[in-house]
Ligand binder design. Structure first.
Ligand code: GAL
Length: 710
């Protein structure tokens, strides 16, 4: 029976870290600085299982290198513990808007909205359900807030208490700040963010200082441990094979990709590689009689192999009996649900993967179905489940994707090997994980919004390409995915590459479009652009690791003072200085907003002034991309894969009158490398480019072949 009396914890009276007896209050420092610019409010008795208490990675020391943020950005934070759980109240100023809350595919600007952060696959409504809900938000006032809970918290992003509260700001007009549709959210008035954390008798709230929005997100990411370090091959092109392929068919598609000169670094194997897939045996099926030989042959041709699986463990798996004591009390697809909060469960699971797959040459995994299934047939474990670690099903849904990633990470970390993979669920503090999220949903506009939104919450999102409505749809989707964290065609339900036939049934019947060669060549061109930009993207990931700045992010993160960026979810920034504005099939023209500064059209070199909206009519072979003036953009030659010498030959484009130096990164590919920073700079007086290496430079890899003045 839960307490009936309400206890109020204001900012000035906070329960100390030694939990007080029920009903008591302890005077304690109202707020504790945990790291430079990161403060914690502790309210009541927080639950023992939270994202912070179960984290794998410690905060990165680089937090102290961020711009100083010595003042607590918000102080009037309070909480009360009620029969409903813990309710936290945080302030919102007039004309302050907020973003984040994880992979929200249906909305962008969250002010005024209500989000219940339940873990779920394929949510089609904007309720907060998500593959990766994250109880973290960031505001245009330059700070972030993490509610450290593994509960399905509900966040009301702007409510006002009853009664007349007249403030000067009430009069401020919202009209020219945001489109009129936002007036209903009373953005121009002060309000409060309410967070309801069910079950809990207390919660920790972390505040991340800026001073800018970009710094606040970076601070959260560094608190999480910093961005991941992908292997170079992860930034090439990925192709996931038809789920029913056998070993020979996988080798055939590999040759087909090479013969048709479609660059490719990673092949994914879908469920058919296993002797039992729903649930999983984690053993090779008869269709793959010689996995080691297949992996060797693919590796020799510079293909990495990524295996699909989920964690639900089938009775035929050698892991089953050993995992039984460490599993939840309900089955999923006849399989066990391993309790990855328990070290022994992680160890057993990891050891099997090391022995049966990774030791043979597997380079990574796609960790499927670790979300939940309210909208997809209800296959997952119930929230009322119990796990030996003490977690219930609700908490486990919040943890499952993360702790599953921990388990698989340990395999690669022990081998001192980098990996990169896919995961269908994640949560708070996810920045250090080399995994991109994906979905069975397929709305192209939502997929684009996903790239912009994921960057607020330490997530990476893959707007994958499968089949298509028509050739235009395929081309437009492929253009988006090559300018995203993970460039991938997921052909799991089509036997042949989509450029041969976009329509699923005809594709599987081997009926190819008459002009498929033409479509293939258009697609090859698009994939080639990914290869040309891979060194630039790799440098952006190293920056993510070192400084916490997401490699892909919404415009508002870089331009929070420009309200015109607050609603832009159909464009995003890639790396330091590319602005991407994807086009969806059927759209003959679109608006592109260019923020302050000067921008160059990537394709035509035409210069545009910023702070204006352009109406563009992009031809089918071009996705609108703009380069910020003052950029040195390194572009590689196109290789068949990332180890091809061509992929290391660089041609530099210098945009604008005084381009700033830019870094490329060389390293040995190990897990803890010594980076050589290759600084590319431009001497405006000469004018000429120069290259300077700092760091070990034992084995310089990039070769610079030319400069172009734009
Ligand atoms: C789905 C997943 C797809 C594909 C499929 C195979 O859950 O989202 O990408 O892997 O399983 O059965």
């Amino acid at each position: 029976m839960r307490r009936i009396n309400r206890r109020q914890f204001g900012a000035g009276i906070i329960a100390g870290s030694a939990a007080p007896p029920a009903g008591a209050q302890t005077a304690a420092p109202p707020i504790e600085e945990m790291h430079p610019g990161v403060w914690r409010y502790r309210f009541g008795r927080p639950e023992s299982l939270t994202p912070v208490t179960t984290r794998k990675y410690p905060p990165s020391a680089a937090i102290s290198k961020l711009p100083e943020s010595s003042r607590v950005p918000i102080t009037n934070v309070s909480a009360e513990i009620t029969r409903r759980g813990t309710i936290v109240t945080l302030p919102l100023e007039a004309n302050e808007v907020l973003f984040g809350l994880g992979l929200q595919l249906q909305s962008f600007l969250q002010r005024g909205l209500k989000k219940k952060l339940r873990v779920n696959a394929d949510p089609k409504i904007d309720s907060g359900d998500s593959h990766a809900p994250v109880p973290f938000y960031v505001t245009t006032n330059g700070y972030g807030v993490l509610i450290d809970t593994a509960r399905y918290a509900t966040i009301y992003c702007g409510k006002r208490k009853a009664g007349r509260i007249a403030t000067a700001a009430d009069a401020a007009p919202a009209a020219n700040m945001l489109p009129a549709a936002y007036n209903r959210y009373r953005v121009n008035e002060p309000a409060q963010v309410l967070v309801e954390v069910p079950e809990a008798e207390g919660v920790d709230v972390y505040i991340f200082g800026g001073p800018s929005m970009r710094d606040a997100v970076a601070r959260y990411n560094l608190f999480s441990g910093g961005g991941p370090l992908p292997p170079r091959w992860a930034l090439g092109f990925w192709y996931r094979c038809f789920g029913q392929f056998n070993q020979e068919e996988v080798l055939q598609i590999a040759s087909e990709l090479r013969d048709s000169k479609i660059p490719c670094d990673v092949l994914g194997l879908e469920p058919g590689w296993q002797s039992h897939a729903y649930s999983c045996s984690f053993m090779w099926s008869d269709k793959f009689p010689k996995p080691e030989a297949m992996l060797r042959s693919l590796f020799g041709a510079h293909f990495r192999v990524n295996l699909w699986e989920h964690a639900f463990t089938h009775p035929t798996s050698p892991l089953y009996d050993r995992l039984l004591p460490f599993a939840g009390d309900y089955q999923v697809w006849d399989g066990l649900v391993p309790d990855f909060l328990i070290p022994e469960a992680r160890r057993l699971f990891a050891a099997h993967h090391e022995r049966e797959h990774v030791a043979l040459g597997v380079s990574g995994y796609k960790l499927d179905e670790c979300d939940n299934s309210d909208y997809t047939g209800n296959w997952s474990f119930p929230e009322l489940s119990r796990f030996p670690s003490g977690a219930d099903g609700e908490q486990m849904h919040c943890f499952f994707g993360l702790r599953y990633q921990d388990t698989i990470q340990s395999v690669f970390e022990q081998r001192k090997q980098r990996t990169f993979g896919l995961v269908r669920s994640s949560h708070a503090l996810a920045a250090p994980y080399p995994y991109a999220l994906y979905s069975d949903l397929y709305d192209h506009r939502e997929f684009i919004r996903g790239v912009a939104n994921a960057g607020f919450s330490g997530l990476l999102w893959c707007p994958e390409v499968r089949d298509a409505k028509n050739a235009e749809d395929l081309i437009r989707r492929l253009q988006t995915v090559v300018f995203s964290p993970l460039a991938m065609v997921n052909a799991w339900y089509i036997r042949n590459p989509p450029w041969k036939q976009v329509e699923q049934r005809a594709n599987n019947a081997g009926q190819f479009a008459q002009d498929w060669k033409q479509l293939e060549s258009a697609c090859r061109e698009i994939v080639n652009w990914r290869m040309r930009l891979a060194p630039y993207f790799y440098a952006a990931f190293v920056r993510y690791k070192d400084t916490g700045l997401p490699p892909f992010r919404a415009l508002v993160m870089d331009y929070p003072d420009d309200p015109a960026t607050w609603t832009i979810d159909s464009q995003y920034i890639a790396g330091e200085s590319l602005l991407i504005a994807p086009v969806v099939a059927g759209e003959k023209e679109r608006d592109v907003y260019l923020p302050a500064g000067e921008w160059f059209d990537f394709w035509t070199d035409e210069k545009h002034n910023g702070k204006q909206k352009l109406r563009v009519t992009p031809p089918l072979d071009r996705i609108p991309v703009y380069v910020k003036s003052g950029t040195l953009l390194p572009l590689a030659d196109v290789g068949a894969h990332s180890e091809d010498p061509a992929a290391w030959r660089i041609h530099v484009r210098a945009y604008g009158s005084a381009p700033a130096p830019v870094l490329l990164i060389e390293d040995d590919g190990s897990l803890d490398p010594a980076f050589t920073r290759v600084e590319i700079s431009w001497n405006t007086a000469d004018p000429a480019g120069t290259i300077r290496r700092s760091g070990p430079a034992a084995n310089p890899r990039y070769e610079f072949t030319g400069w172009e003045r734009i």
